[in-house]
Design a protein around this ligand. Sequence first.
Ligand SMILES: Nc1ncnc2c1ncn2[C@@H]1O[C@H](COP(=O)(O)OP(=O)(O)OP(=O)(O)O)[C@@H](O)[C@H]1O
Ligand SMILES: [Mg+2]
Length: 249
Amino acid sequence: MSDSAASILRLENVSVVAGAKPILRGVTLDVPEGSVFGLIGPSGVGKSTLLKCCNRLTDLIPGLRVEGSITFRGQSVLGRRIDADALRAKIGILFQQPAVFPRSIMANVLFGVSHLGSVPRRELPMVAERALREVALWDEVKDRLTSSAIYLSVGQQQRLCLARTLATNPDVILMDEPTSALDPQASEVIEQLILRLRGPRSVVIVTHNFAQARRVCDRVARLALVHNIGTVVEIGNPAIVAAATREEE
Ligand SMILES: Nc1ncnc2c1ncn2[C@@H]1O[C@H](COP(=O)(O)OP(=O)(O)OP(=O)(O)O)[C@@H](O)[C@H]1O
Ligand SMILES: [Mg+2]
């Protein structure tokens, strides 16, 4: 599964420097299409930074320089001519804390897709319903789509954020510790969703939770600091990589 035909996202020799400080060096990995790919490793090793490189969110961080090659479906992500908004529609992201705006549930789901202007207005309600159904939130919110999203539980807010990402119909969803702010029940709902997304979509997930990596990931890359710079030191089966990591700690 490591040839280019099967990988949706490929990173080759990626390095990131913040000002004069190297953060990541020589990261090479392939995300097989339709898989859930995990990133694990200690705090500060560069997991979040690596995720943000994949859809150019690093452009928004002053002083950060990304080198090497990142391709999505064989096309360079780092090229100057790339439309970053269009790229982020295809490679969406979900953060640790649900970033819900103090606006209606409907406005939250449609935030990205409205900004892109890629869907005719009359189709927007259908897009919202499809996304909310995909995250199993539709039945819980269908009678209050115009109410403020801030009154939803944290678990519901996280599913709303996932729906907002899904509304632009991404091929890849980057997830940065998506369950660490949630209680066990809400975490389980998100994990079930990840397993359902797998196949039609690909997921790259940062997790600190080895049990979660074993439950949801097909493969994981373990990052570690080498000479104080983050890099991938192992890629493989989540059970084996997680076990090795625990022995080291
Ligand atoms: N804009 C920046 N300027 C300078 N240093 C930065 C910047 N962004 C991140 N760093 C540094 O890069 C390193 C990696 O940060 P990052 O947030 O990617 O780590 P992480 O593996 O996601 O950690 P955690 O598990 O705590 O979330 C850290 O040392 C951090 O301080
Ligand atoms: Mg992080």
